[in-house]
Design a protein around this ligand. Structure first.
Ligand code: ZN
Length: 131
């Protein structure tokens, strides 16, 4: 469950950035070797947990992930990006010498967020403005 701990960090950053506002979309970058589908599921799960605990700031927010290439720094001196076929989990194969090594992974990174109009977030919308 490596993804869940990554997503927990992302969610903590989102809550700090939201400052009580309600997020509509969250943009984040994740390494290509990360299971984006699992990240998305974890995000939705954590958002619901928060909502159940009384913080709806991420409830129903859409997570948009941009995948970035996996990167390796090998003992042979090679440093560069890897294709998906050279990556298995958190290990990669050096295209220069063929040795397997730990990926030099960037963490899940919060890139930006968009928020609901503040009147709605603060619960001051009049009933006749609601859908
Ligand atoms: Zn190498």
């Amino acid at each position: 469950m490596h993804e869940l701990s990554l997503v927990e960090e992302l969610v903590a950053q989102c809550r700090a950035a939201a400052g009580g506002r309600r997020a509509l979309v969250v943009w984040a970058r994740c390494p290509a070797a990360t299971d984006a589908e699992e990240v998305d599921e974890c995000f939705g799960y954590l958002a619901e947990q928060l909502a159940a605990a009384g913080d709806p700031s991420l409830q129903g927010a859409v997570l948009r992930l941009e995948t970035v290439a996996s990167h390796i720094r090998c003992g042979c001196g090679y440093e560069g990006d890897l294709d998906d076929g050279q990556v298995a989990g958190h290990m990669g194969v050096c295209p220069s010498c063929g040795r397997a090594g730990e990926l030099d992974q960037p963490p899940l990174e919060l890139m930006g967020m968009s928020f609901a109009p503040s009147a709605v977030a603060q619960g001051t919308a009049r009933a006749d403005e609601l859908p």
